[in-house]
Design a protein around this ligand. Structure first.
Ligand code: PHE
Length: 343
């Protein structure tokens, strides 16, 4: 009877303790077995009661064991009776990765975000007005040839505002939309996809990405633009980064410039990507042409501004040593997976 009590009081909790319990009371050399051997020493009239007690002890041990086992298994995560073990190691989830263009764009957005630029957007299927005419590039303007355009069917008869639809050739269309819709001060960047009818090669593609920037307020100067762009270049490429502004031409800025960053000429990749000069052009910029302000309803006597537009693919290629732009749009997982550790 004391033994039955002992079995009932048993407090095995861990799996090894439960196993020890099993060996002691139920194993092939369990301590109940010798009791059966005692039987012959028991007086006849007590044999029956003794046998019952021993059987009861056995049964108690079995019941206790079942209970202990269920309890510890549950504790370990197994759901009793289901064959499920919630603590079993899970199969690895196939994690995705960010696209190098997205990674590059996020960095650019965050750099400008920290100095007060907010993100603006516009449609990829754009009308002629916002892509060209408002940006001081009327129909007969030779600068239209700078960007081979995908038109998506002619629309309305040309009124004061040509409404032909096209795939935007640059994110500068978002400049026009923003200035039409909100009064200065305006400080925005506009990241997005653009399209040009170009032959696809390792260096150029018919679709690519830009980040536009626009700052319009009172007394905005070329020096403001230069300082902002230098700050950007150093945040993006390191605080020793040198920049150079070369005079250029865009219909919507005056004066206009192109900005190069000094990339150096240390590796084969540097040679290829900088065409052997060490300088790499990353953006076009300039002071917003007063005519553009007028086209968008802003008084150039009060306000001035600067704008810039940068290509993303080339910067991504620089940052991640990518030698062929076409890789960006093929979505080969062997390419994409290489960015899985990049935040
Ligand atoms: N839109 C120009 C391009 O795509 C870049 C640019 C933007 C230049 C803003 C000046 C100002 O080449």
């Amino acid at each position: 009877a004391a033994l039955i009590e002992e079995i009932n009081q048993h407090t095995a909790t861990t799996a090894p303790e439960v196993e020890a319990f099993r060996i002691k009371y139920l194993g092939s050399k369990n301590i109940l077995k010798p009791l059966m051997g005692e039987m012959r020493n028991i007086p006849n009239e007590e044999k029956r009661a003794f046998g019952q007690l021993v059987n009861k002890a056995k049964q108690t041990a079995q019941d206790k064991f079942d209970a202990l086992q269920a309890a510890t298994a549950e504790q370990a995560g197994a759901v009793a009776g289901t064959g499920l073990d919630l603590t079993a190691p899970a199969e690895a989830l196939p994690l995705g990765s960010r696209h190098p263009i997205a990674l590059t764009m996020r960095r650019i957005i965050s750099i400008f975000g920290r100095i007060g630029f907010t993100v603006a957007e516009g449609p990829e299927i754009e009308d002629d007005w916002h892509n060209f005419s408002a940006m001081n590039t009327p129909e007969d303007h030779p600068a239209r040839d700078m960007q081979d355009t995908f038109y998506v069917g002619e629309n309305m008869p040309a009124g004061p505002k040509n409404t032909d639809m096209l795939l935007r050739t640059h994110t500068s269309s978002v400049q026009a939309r923003t200035m039409e819709n909100e009064p200065p001060p305006i400080r925005i960047i506009a990241p997005g996809r653009v399209y040009r009818n170009e032959t696809i090669s390792a260096r150029s593609h018919a679709q690519f990405h830009q980040v536009e920037g626009l700052y319009v307020a009172e007394k905005v100067s070329f020096a403001d633009m230069k300082a902002t762009l230098l700050h950007f270049a150093r945040e993006m490429y390191g605080d020793q980064t040198k920049i150079r502004l070369r005079p250029s031409y865009f219909p919507f800025t005056e004066p206009s410039a192109e900005m190069d960053i000094w990339w150096g000429l240390e590796t084969e990749h540097d040679y290829r990507i900088t065409k052997g000069t060490g300088w790499l052009e990353i953006l076009g910029c300039g002071m917003v042409d007063p005519q553009v302000l007028i086209n968008c309803g802003i008084d150039p006597e009060i306000y001035s501004g600067y704008a810039f537009g940068m290509g993303i693919e080339r910067q991504a290629m620089l940052l991640y040593n990518i030698t062929d732009i076409r890789l960006m749009f093929e979505n080969d997982v062997r390419f994409l997976r290489q960015f899985s550790s990049v935040l």
